[in-house]
Design a protein around this ligand. Structure first.
Ligand SMILES: Nc1ncnc2c1ncn2[C@@H]1O[C@H](COP(=O)(O)OP(=O)(O)OP(=O)(O)O)[C@@H](O)[C@H]1O
Ligand SMILES: [Mg+2]
Length: 353
């Protein structure tokens, strides 16, 4: 078993408190993505699992075993970094074999493992090349190969694709998912890119400022974000937010009277309470009788659909509509909202209500 458990991890660098009560479990064979903005503590969390940082307090388990005091090299973990730093004077074979040589594996075993990993990654024909003779994507594959040959119980990836151009990133995303399907090994993948998180993760753990915000399956996080931060962070274009004040009758009316909306009867709000109404761009649709009167600022044609950047009253928002009509700046449109997809957040705390 190679599940990974973090229990009440606190991490301080001097006065800087970087991780707060970080607890989550990654099941054996799962692909989990840690996602959050820059500086939220993703790499620190990964480095604690790898044993490259010692937490201030809290426990790390792999399988049944508490590994706080186990040296990194004995943790049965392989890590792929953003700056994968291949040895420039070694060819691909030697780069991949290096870790095994250090661990005194027999020659035939090294040969077999490197060949097998090269086969999986489609780089068998590159084994004699030096890193400078490789493309960015090929170098990245070698870095992954270096981890594969170790046959670790857990793979850790720290933003491994961020040095690649957009097209290659998309391709490598699929390759890493395929690799996971082939190997079936537990993988923990760190990124600040919500698209990578959504497309790759069996499960996503969202972090902010060293706090765990939410952990769940991608679609569940997308549909039921636990707070306004997660709602705004996951999804592109992001969820639209309108700040309103709850009226006495429990109905929610938008500030400047841009449109009126009755909140669901079971929404627990107090009169005068600040409420943020959230609606994703695909849940606004063009409707000649719709309550939202808006003016188009910019229409982005994406192909089959268009992103309408518009304003209603003073509120900017984005609607994702079919490209059946060519919209121009200044066009007046009316839209409706899909009420099932309205999400409400506390205007003070950001928590879902
Ligand atoms: N050795 C250190 N000493 C002091 N502060 C540190 C140290 N390492 C990290 N930090 C701080 O801890 C916080 C979390 O850093 P971390 O590298 O984990 O963020 P991250 O989520 O990986 O960000 P990024 O997306 O930019 O890589 C940051 O505020 C960072 O400045
Ligand atoms: Mg980082």
């Amino acid at each position: 078993m190679a599940n990974v458990i973090l229990k009440d991890i606190e991490m301080k660098f001097g006065e800087t408190h970087v991780l707060h009560k970080m607890s989550f479990e990654i099941k054996d064979g799962e692909f989990v993505v840690l996602v959050g903005p820059s500086g939220c503590g993703k790499s620190t969390t990964l480095r604690i699992i790898a044993g490259l940082e010692e937490p201030t307090s809290g426990d790390v388990y792999i399988g049944e075993k508490r590994i706080n005091n186990v040296a990194p090299k004995d943790r049965d973990i392989a890590m792929v970094f953003q700056n994968y730093a291949l040895y420039p004077h070694m060819d691909v074979f030697e780069n991949m074999a290096f870790g095994l040589k250090l661990r005194k594996f027999p020659r035939e075993e090294i040969q077999a493992r490197v060949n097998e990993a090269a086969e999986i990654l489609g780089i068998s024909q590159l084994l004699q090349r030096r890193p400078k003779e490789l493309s960015g994507g090929q170098r990245q594959r070698v870095a992954v190969g270096r981890a594969i040959v170790r046959k670790p119980a857990v793979f850790l990836f720290d933003e491994p694709l961020s040095n690649l151009d957009a097209k290659l990133r998309v391709q490598m995303r699929t390759e890493i998912k395929k690799l996971h399907a082939t190997l079936g090994t537990t993988m923990i993948y760190v990124t600040h890119d919500q698209t990578e998180a959504m497309t790759m993760g069996d499960r996503i753990v969202v972090l902010k400022d060293g706090y765990l915000m939410q952990e769940d399956k991608p679609l569940e996080i997308y549909n039921n974000p636990t707070n306004q931060f997660v709602a705004g962070f996951i999804g592109s274009p992001p969820m639209n937010f309108f700040t309103t004040k709850a009226q006495l009758n429990g109905g929610v009316v938008l500030d400047e009277g841009a449109f009126t909306l009755s909140a669901p009867a079971n929404l627990k709000v107090k009169a005068g309470q600040s409420v943020v109404l959230g609606i994703r761009p695909e849940h606004l649709y063009l409707d000649d009788n719709g309550p939202v009167k808006a003016t188009v600022e910019v229409a982005e044609l994406m192909g089959s659909e268009s992103y309408l950047h518009a304003t209603t009253g003073k509120h900017p928002f984005v609607a994702r509509v079919a490209s059946t009509h060519e919209f121009k700046t200044g066009d007046s449109v009316r839209l409706s909202m899909d009420n099932n997809h309205l999400r409400f957040f506390d205007g003070e705390t950001g928590d879902r209500i």
